[in-house]
Structure formats: structure tokens, C-alpha cells
Write a protein that binds this ligand. Structure first.
Ligand code: G6P
Length: 369
């Protein structure tokens, strides 16, 4: 097992560090930035299904559901197709309206999650076209769907999902860009700008990983907290949810993710000098609005740990701690902002003596409902 961990103390840390390579593997054969091409067999063969879809329904569970939420922002923003994101367990039992003009995308690392599989079967019965985004080749979901795209993240052993999440977002981004181009939503130049930015993402993730020593210091300050709040807006709202889930899963600290502006409708009542608030405050995407959310936290003496863009000044002045990530397009920022939050939950769990790779009560793959 030590050999499999490749010199890391835990699979989770190894998998966090594998993300630049995993994203590159997910691009391989698909992203050809210099030729201005995205090639994905599963999409190319069924292009009309996607382009003629009335809407896209995304179903998933856990971390994969968070990747689905990021995809909702990307698809609606870039492709201009309505998207709904559903917990598979709710979707399958709520008598949903599904037609043969719907495309259902099921996201699952393992490809074995019982609720997601059941949602797929239901959608197929109603005539929808069903597309899978899975990591495990030949898994039940990969076999049950009409078409799909693998994430190529390599085996993920840690129960808390990390590289599966970022590669799911990567695949869904490639799909969205391809559809946006085909649908005529993009000019050549905008498409090229996206493709060349995508190419820089693995090295930018590498740079985001360099925050590790600082994240470890910050983790030590907040490791004994009983509650934490995670806030983000837009593309980074799902990242806030995922940050909170990671902390809950492996450190057993109660954490909640919220859209930053929704804070005033409830969570703000919890804020005092004992409450760490992790805020994603990158330069693009509602920056000024997030700054005012931060001021609201500060005036209630909450502790602010902000994920900011390299070179940030405004939030840096207000926050107790800042963690920098490289600048990128707003729609690609979740791939970077999620990195320090993964590291943070890892370090806090280790410091609290928790079993990082196999947290209590959780399973890597949930094959029962
Ligand atoms: C379990 C795992 C999570 C995962 C979820 C969905 O709860 O512990 O890490 O996100 O299942 O799994 P899937 O394999 O469908 O992505």
C-alpha cells in the first residue's frame, strides 16, 4: 500500500497532487487547441441530440452533483440551453416530467451509484437520450447510457473525491465549449481564447498546489473549530458547497456552503468571532459584491479566509488570511479555487487524527439506495 501511495501519506493527498496530470489525461486526444478543435466521439456521434434538446437534465450524487452544478453555469452561460441539476435520489422518486426532447447527463465517478443508475433507467424509459460522465471504464452506468465520455482521472481510492471532481468539470467544460461552437454561440476568436486558456489549466492547478504550506498553517489555526461557513457566488457557489462537503466528510467538522448573497437570509445569524468563513473571492465574477459580503462578515467579527486571484489587494486588506490562485476565465475558475479547499480539509482531518482515506460511515461507492 505504501508503494501505491507513491510517497504520499494518504491516497487523498496523492490524488490531489495528481490533478494536473489527470486533467491533461482528460484532454488527451480531445483538446487540440492549435487546430481549434475539440474532438469527443460520444458527442460527435450524437451532436443533433444535444443541439435539438429542449433542456439538459443533470443527475448525480455527492461530489459529482457539485460538478453538475458547475456544469449548469457553464452550459447555460455558454451554450444557452436550459439545464436542471437534480439529486438522483430525488429525481427518481418525484415523478419527473421527461420527454424524448430531453438529454440527461449522469455524472458518476464509480459508475455504480444505485440512485444515479435508477435515474438513468427511468429517463430511458421516457425516451430521453442519456449520456454518462464516468471515471470507471466499463462500469454499470457506462454500460447503461446511450453514449458517454470518460474522465480518465485514473483510480480514485480516497473516499473523499478530488481528482474525479476536477476531471468531471473538465469533461463537461469540453462538451459545453464544443456545443457552444457548433450552435454558433461562439465567434472563432472567443473559441480560440477558451481553448488556449484550457491548455494552461494543468500548469495553473500546479501553481494552486503551491499554496500547500500556507494552507497547512491556516489549517492549524482553524482545526478546532466546531462550525465553518463556505461562501461563493456564480461559478464558485458550487465550489463553496464542495469545500464544505470535503470538510464534513473527512474532519467531521460541521460546515455549510452557501451562495454569498444568501448569507443575509440566515447564516449571518451564526457569525461571531468563533466562526471561520471561507470565501471564494476571485477577481472575475461578482468581485465587488463578494467584497461587500466580506465586509458584512468582518463587521460581525467572523474570521475570513479568502481564496483570491494572484496580486489581489482589496480582499487581502480585509481578510484574516488569503490564499492566492492564478488568474483564469471565470468559467474555468472552479478548477483552481477548489484546490486549496481540498488541501485545507485534508490537513485539518490529519491534524484531528481522522482516517482521511476511509472516513467513518462513508463508502467510496454507494450501490444500495
Ligand atoms: C459516495 C462517495 C462520494 C461520491 C458519491 C457519488 O457518497 O463517498 O465521494 O461523490 O458517492 O459517487 P459517484 O461514484 O456516483 O460519483
Amino acid at each position: 500500500e505504501q508503494i501505491e501511495k507513491g510517497g504520499y501519506d494518504h491516497f487523498m493527498l496523492k490524488e490531489i497532487y495528481e490533478q494536473p496530470r489527470a486533467i491533461l489525461d482528460t484532454y488527451r486526444g480531445r483538446l487540440r487547441a492549435n487546430q481549434g478543435i475539440i474532438k469527443m466521439a460520444g458527442i460527435d456521434e450524437h451532436l443533433e441530440k444535444f443541439l435539438n434538446a429542449n433542456r439538459i437534465i443533470i443527475v448525480a450524487c455527492g461530489t459529482s452533483w457539485h460538478a453538475g452544478l458547475v456544469a449548469e453555469y457553464i452550459f447555460e452561460d455558454l451554450v444557452r440551453i436550459p439545464v436542471e441539476v437534480e439529486y438522483a435520489s430525488e429525481f427518481r422518486y418525484r415523478n419527473p416530467v421527461i420527454t424524448d426532447k430531453d438529454v440527461l447527463i449522469a455524472i458518476s465517478q464509480s459508475g455504480e451509484t444505485a440512485d444515479t443508475l435508477a435515474a438513468i433507467k427511468l429517463a430511458k424509459e421516457k425516451g430521453a437520450f442519456v449520456f454518462g460522465v464516468c471515471n470507471v471504464v466499463g462500469s454499470s452506468i457506462a454500460r447503461e447510457t446511450h453514449a458517454g465520455a470518460y474522465t480518465h482521472a485514473g483510480p480514485e481510492i480516497g473516499v473523499a473525491s478530488t481528482k474525479a471532481f476536477t476531471t468531471q468539470i473538465t469533461v463537461l467544460t469540453l462538451i459545453a465549449l464544443k456545443l457552444a461552437k457548433e450552435k454558433g454561440e461562439f465567434s472563432e476568436s472567443k473559441f480560440h481564447e477558451f481553448l488556449s486558456e484550457l491548455e494552461t489549466i494543468p500548469s495553473k492547478v500546479e501553481r494552486a498546489l503551491e499554496s500547500n504550506p500556507l494552507v497547512e498553517i491556516i489549517s492549524n489555526v482553524y482545526k478546532d473549530s466546531s462550525n465553518c461557513l463556505y461562501l461563493g457566488r456564480g461559478y464558485n457557489f458550487p465550489v463553496a458547497l464542495e469545500g464544505a462537503l470535503k470538510l464534513k466528510e473527512i474532519s467531521y467538522i460541521h460546515a455549510e456552503g452557501y451562495p454569498a448573497a444568501e448569507m443575509k437570509h440566515g447564516p449571518i445569524a451564526l457569525i461571531d468571532d468563533q466562526m471561520p468563513v471561507f470565501v471564494i473571492a476571485t477577481k472575475k465574477g461578482h468581485y465587488e459584491k463578494v467584497v461587500s459580503n466580506i465586509q458584512e462578515i468582518k463587521s460581525r467579527k467572523g474570521k475570513i479566509i479568502a481564496i483570491v486571484t494572484e496580486g489581489d489587494e482589496q480582499v487581502t486588506e480585509l481578510a484574516d488570511h488569503v490564499i492566492e490562485v492564478p488568474e483564469t476565465l471565470e468559467s474555468l475558475s472552479p478548477l483552481l479555487t477548489t484546490i486549496p479547499l481540498q488541501l485545507l480539509s485534508y490537513h485539518i482531518a490529519v491534524m484531528r487524527g481522522c482516517n482521511v482515506d476511509q472516513p467513518r460511515n462513508l463508502a467510496k461507492s454507494v450501490t444500495v439506495e
